[in-house]
Design a binder for this molecule. Structure first.
Ligand code: CTP
Ligand code: MG
Length: 245
């Protein structure tokens, strides 16, 4: 039987945002940013877990209680690096129940839609591992040490990777175990751990250009605009935010 879970990673410091409040806890449209992701996942998976830092925990728990979600969304502590937070969340899930598949999501990607979540989930069940991705739009150049263009790789076949990233539970746990045994070498996403430490292939599922990761101040007006536009007509809101999965 398939049992699905989502880890919403919200244990970062948000240093590139230069704000006193960590970016995942900034208020957007009267709601802390991380809650947008939590709400999207609740209608798509069997269990949602929020991963926070020790400093952010009280605020997160209060916000969940305010949204009537205390009983439904347990909170656990993350770790120093993003991959540590993923792993802490996975271990928490292991204790919580028998989940067959897990989606790992950046709380900072607050414009995530049920459509993308379900597409990645479907591919995760089918292929064992899948990540949301979009084809590269811009031209990439490799610079030389003096800041001049040294090479222009072919854009064809290059994808920008987002979250969710979905995995069979056992696959990602095994991958993480080997990764830590190897001394936790530098990685930039969870899928890379599966690519490096298992023989399984990761499916590139179709993400969404709007599924940006809030990173700097410049992203705030963009998400504010997108989320308030969504509050537009009742039908639009129902379609995007409240669709039943
Ligand atoms: N994250 C986490 N645990 C960490 C680091 C990051 O749970 N130790 C989470 C962040 O809260 C965020 C997501 O992973 O939702 C993506 O990371 P990123 O955008 O890099 O967030 P931060 O690390 O918080 O930001 P910065 O790199 O600017 O400090
Ligand atoms: Mg970071």
């Amino acid at each position: 039987m398939i049992r699905t879970a989502a880890l919403i990673l919200a244990a970062g410091k948000g240093s590139r945002m230069h704000s006193d409040t960590a970016k995942q806890f900034l208020m957007i449209g009267g709601k802390p940013l991380f809650l947008y992701s939590v709400e999207q996942y609740l209608s798509c998976v069997d269990q949602v877990v929020l991963v926070t830092s020790a400093e952010g925990r009280a605020f997160a728990e209060q916000a969940l209680a305010g949204a009537g979600l205390s009983g439904r969304v347990p909170v656990t502590l993350g770790g120093k690096e993003r991959f540590d937070s993923s792993y802490e969340g996975l271990r928490f899930l292991q204790e919580l129940g028998d989940f067959t598949h897990v989606l790992i999501h950046d709380a900072a990607r607050c414009l995530i839609t049920e459509e993308v979540i379900l597409r990645v989930l479907q591919d995760t069940v089918r292929y064992g591992a899948a990540v949301a991705s979009v084809p590269l739009r811009d031209t990439i150049k490799i610079s030389d040490s003096e800041g001049f263009a040294a090479d222009t790789p072919d854009r064809e076949g290059i994808y920008v990777i987002q979250t969710p990233q979905g995995f069979e539970m056992q696959l990602i746990l095994d991958a993480f175990q080997r990764f830590y045994e190897a001394g936790a070498p530098h990685v930039t996403d969870d899928a890379m751990i599966v690519e490096r430490f298992t023989s399984r292939k990761v499916r590139l599922s179709r993400g969404d250009e709007n599924n940006i990761k809030v990173t700097t101040e410049a992203d705030l007006p963009v998400v504010r605009g997108a989320l308030s536009a969504e509050g537009g007509t009742e039908t639009e809101t129902a379609g995007r935010r409240n669709g039943k999965c």
